[in-house]
Design a protein around this ligand. Structure first.
Ligand code: AMP
Length: 214
């Protein structure tokens, strides 16, 4: 099964992508994580992406499409993929369809996690990530079991540098302008499923599984 997750920043896509990876053995491809890793390592990709990410803007489509192509082609021994943070523009959505056609694959669902904009700020302010294994947490919806430490590798959890108020507002605007048309694109293809994301992470996951079983 091949799935795309859509939703404004803070709607819980990363957490749900990881749940889907574990439960359905899907390969999770998180463009934001891949880009942050590239920036940290100082690779060519990281250098190209950094200035856009720092402004809360989107990295150019062709850079992202090349990255996705590489990751999808790497896919072996998985029963499909879940994409988080991609596609974020119509060009990327069309590029994905062409890429899948070329590789004999197709997309089954685009799941949109619905979350009122007013809730996002609170969510993002409570968002934490493990710098080591990149597990996601949220003090409100998916807290770590002990203090502010990762459940899996016990490292101290950190906040993302772009989870700052002014950048959050920009990222939401960018979503509305550039990514909402992608929702319509999948609606027209009959692949869009809307899931209420305003709940604890495990409940949202049950809702996603219910949609996938239909
Ligand atoms: P995320 O972790 O998904 O919120 O992504 C963090 C940042 O990485 C975004 O604000 C963008 O600058 C960049 N980014 C991630 N995915 C994409 C994409 N599909 N297209 C363009 N830029 C992206």
């Amino acid at each position: 099964m091949n799935v795309v997750l859509l939703g404004i920043p803070g709607s819980g896509k990363g957490t749900q992508a990881n749940f889907l990876k574990k439960r359905l053995k899907l390969k999770a491809i998180l463009t934001g994580d891949l880009l942050r890793e590239a920036v940290e390592k100082g690779t060519k990709l990281g250098e190209d992406a950094k200035e856009f990410m720092e402004k809360g803007d989107l990295v150019p489509d062709q850079i992202i499409l090349d990255l996705i192509e590489e990751k999808i082609k790497e896919q072996k021994n998985f029963s499909g993929f879940v994409l988080d943070g991609f596609p974020r523009t119509l060009t990327q959505a069309e590029g994905l369809d062409l890429l899948l056609e070329r590789t004999g694959k197709s997309l089954d669902y685009a799941i949109k996690l619905n979350l009122p904009k007013e809730r996002v700020l609170k969510r993002l302010e409570g968002r934490l990530v493990c710098p080591f294994c990149e597990a996601f947490y949220n003090l409100e919806t998916n807290p770590p079991k002990k203090d502010l430490l990762c459940d899996f590798c016990t490292k101290k959890l950190i906040r993302r540098s772009d989870d700052k108020k002014d950048l959050i507002a920009t990222r939401i605007q960018v979503y509305q302008k550039k990514t909402e048309p992608v929702e319509d694109y999948y609606q027209k293809q009959g692949k869009l499923k809307i899931v209420d994301g305003d709940a604890k992470a495990d409940l949202v996951f049950e809702r996603i599984l219910a949609v996938l079983k239909k």
